[in-house]
Design a protein around this ligand. Structure first.
Ligand code: ADP
Ligand code: ADP
Ligand code: MG
Length: 544
């Protein structure tokens, strides 16, 4: 047993070697006998953005439902009707006392942005404008609509707009409200980096409005954005589905550093056996590897002058991981489709005979079939100890092997699709947005799996993604897209990381510095001394 459940753990939870002190106390909430238990609550702070960092299924939404008065925490005793007086007693003298007091006095207006924006069209029938106008409680809607570039879809039906547009509409709808406590459950899905940074700035702006004393609580799995956005950070850890612990607040810098290290200092808790580390300096000019493929200049356009793409011819080297970055709607997926042969370029011939294993951005694995049946139909290695260590374990597939493909959540489908892609025998592996729908721990594990797979198989990999930490950890070289989204796109030749990052980030007007202790990249405050200095030197990522 893990020491929490009285009987044998129904979840096959990990062994906890040193039980953190939180867990010897009663939980904040327990859903029932042998059901999920939550330990600890985040503390919303007026005028501040508080972040929560941790995997899914660990109780983040449960904590927020308590803070939004949607459930009354039962303090572990699920046999009796819970009441707020008991909760108030428990938190007397702590930082949460004031918050809970105001909440129970009905003096706390709450606005929430849901995690799964794809559900919105199922709940709302109408045009973007109709949805947004009902939320305009502060008279700031026009501003938000412009800042988030929603104007072009204002008169479209909600069920006809893209995921990235839905996400921005959901953000605008939440931030337009006049609330005391805002809860944003993930802000980055479907957004490109420019849009992520914009969303982060709008949230900070709202928190910084001195007169209103608003508290913002944000769950986010993109570490670069979380780092930029939050003023303080709770790390959440435990065993998804079984129990979760929300730590006391840490500084954002320490919280992320400890998370990456896999060890929480104050809690004396190891949350991962291995540390995640970044290379502080640009990788040396990669030594001339063999050429896997050379491709010519390519051109492609859709419709009559709707969208056109120009690709500079270049080389992909044997055994490299090539990162591909650029805004949404700029032609990244189109390039992937030209490589796999499903889109024939208008100009330029791609007549290489390569076996390409492709994970598309929008995953279609909807056969009525179990996960294990599906994966064993792809590779004979299925079930071998080698495949288990390299693929199944890091992608956390064991728990979902017996489920039907049609029943999987977004994150589960993504992991199965990554596994299927890597399990094929191919010359080139092409993954379009592998981080989508994954929580922070799954991203870290998926990155390790892809990287290790490339190294052990001398495999060549191309990865399109918007998560800069994932790209940094994965890529040897970069291909950068620029242009005007939905109008015209341009793809550079694959470049060395330094040159590629400089190109990409100059376009976005964002610079990164390095964390002194861990070397991980951190976004500079715009117009800070470092930001100005690095821009002058043209070093946007690997500061000299
Ligand atoms: P997160 O937001 O971190 O993904 P949640 O708070 O949504 O986590 O869920 C934590 C755990 O609690 C999950 O295993 C979930 O299945 C369980 N859970 C959520 N709501 C209920 C409920 N009403 N009854 C029983 N279990 C629940
Ligand atoms: P990215 O992957 O960079 O987001 P895409 O390659 O998916 O960009 O799309 C680039 C542009 O081409 C977008 O404006 C998109 O709407 C358009 N587009 C993509 N596929 C098609 C298609 N099959 N027919 C018409 N337009 C398309
Ligand atoms: Mg795409």
């Amino acid at each position: 047993t893990c020491g929490i459940c009285v009987e044998k753990c129904p979840f096959d939870a990990i062994e906890i070697i040193n039980l953190p002190s939180e867990l010897t106390e009663d939980p904040v909430h327990r859903y029932g006998e042998n059901a999920f238990s939550l330990y600890g609550l985040p503390v919303p702070e007026p005028g501040k953005v508080t972040g929560i960092l941790g995997p899914n299924g660990i109780g983040k939404s449960t904590a927020v439902r308590a803070l939004a008065e949607e459930i009354v925490p039962n303090l572990g005793d699920y046999s009796q009707e819970p009441n707020w007086d008991a909760v108030l007693d428990r938190y007397r003298g702590t930082e949460l006392q004031n918050y809970i007091k105001r909440l129970t006095e009905g003096d706390m207006a709450v606005a929430k942005k849901p995690q799964y924006v794809d559900q919105i069209p199922k709940q709302f029938d109408g045009k973007t404008r109709d949805l947004l106008e009902r939320t305009d409680e502060r008279g700031e809607l026009d501003y938000l609509v412009d800042e988030l570039s929603i104007r072009p879809v204002m008169d479209q039906d909600i069920d006809s707009i893209s995921g990235g547009e839905l996400q921005r509409v959901a953000l605008a709808a939440t931030l337009a409200r006049d609330a005391d406590f805002y809860f944003l459950d993930e802000i980055t899905p479907y957004l490109d980096i420019g849009q992520r940074v914009k969303a982060a700035r709008l949230i900070q702006e709202l928190a910084e409005d001195d007169e209103a004393d608003r508290s913002m609580l944000v769950v986010e799995h993109d570490l670069a954005i979380l780092d930029l956005l939050a003023d303080s950070l709770h790390v959440a850890y435990g065993e998804p589905g079984a129990f979760g612990v929300v730590t006391d607040p840490k500084s954002v810098r320490n919280g992320i550093n400890e998370y990456l290290k896999g060890y929480l200092t104050n809690e004396n808790m190891r949350i991962r056996p291995n540390a995640i580390t970044f290379e502080e300096h640009a990788p040396r000019e990669t030594t001339a590897r063999d050429v896997l493929v050379e491709y010519p200049d390519l051109k492609q356009s859709y419709g009559e002058g709707e969208f056109s793409l120009e690709v500079e011819g270049g080389t992909i080297r044997q055994s490299e991981v090539l990162g591909i970055v650029g805004p949404n709607g700029i032609g990244k997926s189109t390039l992937a489709q030209m490589f796999t042969g499903s889109v024939a370029p208008d100009e330029g011939d791609l007549d290489f005979r390569l076996d390409i294993s492709y994970k598309p951005q929008y995953i279609e694995i909807d056969q009525p079939m179990r996960v294990d049946t599906f994966l064993s139909s792809i590779t004979d290695d299925f079930g071998s100890s080698y495949w288990n260590t390299e693929v199944a374990q890091p992608l956390q597939l064991n728990r979902i092997m017996e489920q039907q493909l049609t029943d999987l959540s977004g994150g589960e489908r993504q992991r199965v699709a990554i596994a299927a892609c890597l399990s094929k025998d191919a010359d080139l592996y092409l993954l379009d947005e592998p981080s989508a729908h994954l929580d922070v721990e799954q991203r870290v594990q998926a990155t390790t799996a892809i990287r290790r797979y490339a190294e052990n198989h001398d495999a060549t990999v191309m990865v399109i993604d918007h998560d800069i930490y994932m790209i940094d950890l994965l890529a040897d070289r970069l291909m950068v897209f620029d242009g005007e989204p939905a109008e015209h796109g341009h793809a550079s030749q694959p470049q060395e990381m330094r040159a590629g990052m400089n190109d990409f980030l100059a376009d976005l007007d964002i610079t990164f510095r390095r964390d002194e202790r861990t070397g991980r990249p951190r976004i500079n405050k715009p117009d800070s001394q470092l930001d100005r200095q690095q821009k002058k030197q043209g070093e946007y990522y690997y500061a000299p």
